[in-house]
Design a protein around this ligand. Structure first.
Ligand SMILES: [Zn+2]
Length: 576
């Protein structure tokens, strides 16, 4: 470029320089190389080729499902600086919590500014009037005519009065989700409307993984130098065999069995090289760091989605990943960490979710649900836009505590009158109905069936063991309180141990399998610093799962309060 410019007239030289400047300004990848400094020197893409296309991505909405320490924070910082300084935009940077926010601003943002003098020169030292009182909760940086606002996910509403053009949500899976929708709607006021969501994933089909699955789903694709086959760079299939049993590198496989290998470094030392990654077609070792490209699995979607694993980065040895996986295999928590933080993939621990195979084991061969029942039945109703109903016959020895519930009715209804008709048809002795959100309608309904219909409320702040926190104040009150986690645990256990039987054709019941497998049991940090288990739905409908839970509560009411089982005639009498 310098040579070219010397041969040009001064006018043309000025034009060429201006053109080059505007090209740099328009392209974050070029701009970052020109302006961003890091502790170890100027910013470069070397060893992180996968980042180049992410910097160059012009989609307004970008999702990145990522492993730990893969360079994405630097991208977000560079992008914020760029939008604020060069385009006078206002960027909102959302973190899970205040604590991470202060550390991030001090450790990463302020340092990047110190190492990038051209950007630091544009920094204006003043606090926004609006934020003056909240300096402990939000960070604000004015760059040129733009600004970056840093805020924790719990306090995000405090800054929504400000005009915002671009939003970054960092570690989405660890953010408090309730206010994030409001942030998205707020963008409607801007012409720019940029949105980046980034996180290490946690569970399948939840949080960042759900976002990625809805995007154009780009995968990092490299070509084999031996046979030319282009393929996604993958740990399972490339480093380990597809079922994750053996490492494909025969020498590494031998060494892993040796007592002398005690860590990834000693594995790499004994090998005298890194563990190989293999081509899926010709089976020869291939160079994982060869320049590749991002291939969209769902081209044409509005949101660009990237997923990053440590296998793509020169920062990590393959031996490191192999060792972490090898050592963690027997341990669900270690395995979850490996998938989430090393592979950048979601992981749902075994037993955390009811899966189709568990439900299949509950199907009774040759059994179809009857249209009437004389046996005293229990029922559960989940109340939403529709009423989801599950009715069961009790079989087995109730005294021995081994009651088995066999489904006689599973369906979706529109009105409580339709539910009332089922009271007689199935001789329902006890029914538990979701009290909220239609308190009025459910109370009116319960009043029609005194001593038979109970209204359940979930208690999300458990006060001790046991599923039933408050029984009906017999015979007056109809309200019962269920410990949400404990009751869902118990009804899930029934399915696992085949105490919740289904008809042979259960798979044909619309949405039943989907609703049943929606909630996932996860451990959350409680306010007291301990872990506590909760069920998360991840935005998917789970009405039948609760109908089953209420049905089980109805059984417990019969057992706990020893309701007489032998008066099915009551049903006919009450309905008249
Ligand atoms: Zn090959």
């Amino acid at each position: 470029m310098a040579l070219l410019r010397k041969s040009l007239s001064p006018d043309k030289r000025a034009l060429a320089t201006a053109l080059l400047k505007s090209r740099v300004r328009e392209n974050l990848a070029l701009w970052a190389v020109a302006h961003i400094g890091l502790e170890r020197g100027p910013f470069r893409f070397d060893g992180h080729e996968y980042l180049r296309a992410i910097y160059g991505c012009t989609n307004r909405r970008i999702v990145v499902e990522k492993s730990a320490q893969c360079g994405i924070s630097t991208w977000l910082i560079a992008r914020s600086f760029w939008l604020a300084k060069e385009f006078a935009l206002r960027v909102l940077y959302v973190f899970p919590a205040k604590a991470q926010l202060s550390t991030f601003v001090a450790d990463r943002v302020d340092r990047a500014l110190d190492d990038s003098p051209a950007i630091k020169a544009a920094l204006r030292h003043q606090d926004g009037e609006l934020l003056a009182k909240r300096r402990d909760q939000v960070g604000l940086k004015h760059l040129g005519r733009g600004a970056i606002v840093f805020v924790g996910s719990k306090t995000v509403l405090d800054v929504l009065a400000m005009p915002i053009d671009d939003v970054i949500i960092d570690e989405l899976d660890f953010c408090v989700g309730e206010h994030l929708g409001k942030v998205e709607r707020r963008l409607g006021h801007s012409d720019f409307k940029g949105m980046q969501k980034v996180s290490t994933p946690t569970l399948d089909e939840m949080g960042i993984n759900a976002e990625y699955l809805a995007s154009d789903r780009r995968v990092w694709t490299v070509a084999c130098a031996k046979c030319g086959e282009e393929q996604e760079l993958r740990f399972f299939g490339g480093v380990y065999d597809l079922d994750g049993r053996d490492v494909r590198d025969a020498r590494a496989c031998e060494l892993l069995a040796s007592p002398d290998v005690t860590g990834w470094q000693s594995l790499a030392d004994a090998l005298g090289r890194d563990v190989h990654v293999y081509c899926r077609k010709c089976g020869k070792p291939m160079n994982r760091l060869t320049p590749g490209y991002w291939l969209a699995q769902q081209p044409g979607r509005e949101t660009a989605g990237f997923k990053i694993s440590k296998l793509m980065s020169a920062t990590n040895a393959v031996a490191e990943l192999v060792w972490t996986y090898h050592r963690g295999r027997g341990n669900q928590t270690a395995l979850q960490d490996f998938y989430n933080f090393d592979l950048g993939e979601p992981y749902t621990p075994k037993g955390a979710r009811i899966d189709p195979a568990m439900l299949d084991r509950c199907r009774l061969e040759g059994y179809l649900m009857p249209s009437v029942s004389d046996a005293a039945c229990t029922a559960g109703v989940d109340v939403g836009a529709k009423l989801h109903v599950r009715i069961s016959e009790l079989t087995g020895d109730a005294a021995a505590g081994a009651t088995v519930r066999k489904a006689v009715y599973i369906g979706e209804l529109d009105t409580f009158d339709e539910v009332a008709a089922l009271m007689a048809r199935y001789s329902i002795r006890a029914m538990v109905v979701d009290h909220l959100p239609e308190t009025r309608a459910t109370e009116d309904f319960a009043a029609r069936f005194p001593g038979r219909v109970f209204l359940a409320e979930y208690d999300t702040h458990p006060r001790g063991a046991g599923w039933l926190k408050e029984g009906p104040d017999w015979p007056g009150s109809r309200i019962i309180k269920l410990d949400r986690t404990a009751s869902l645990d118990e009804s899930g256990q029934d399915i696992l141990e085949r105490r919740d039987l289904l008809p042979e054709n259960a798979r044909a019941i619309p949405e039943y399998y989907d609703h049943m497998s929606a909630p996932v049991r996860v451990l959350e940090d409680a306010a007291d610093g301990n872990k506590r288990a909760v069920y998360r739905e991840g935005g998917k409908p789970d009405h039948y799962r609760h109908a089953v839970n209420y049905d089980r509560a109805a059984m417990e009411i019969i057992k706990t309060f020893v309701l007489p089982l032998d008066e099915p005639a009551v049903a006919a009498r009450v309905i008249g």
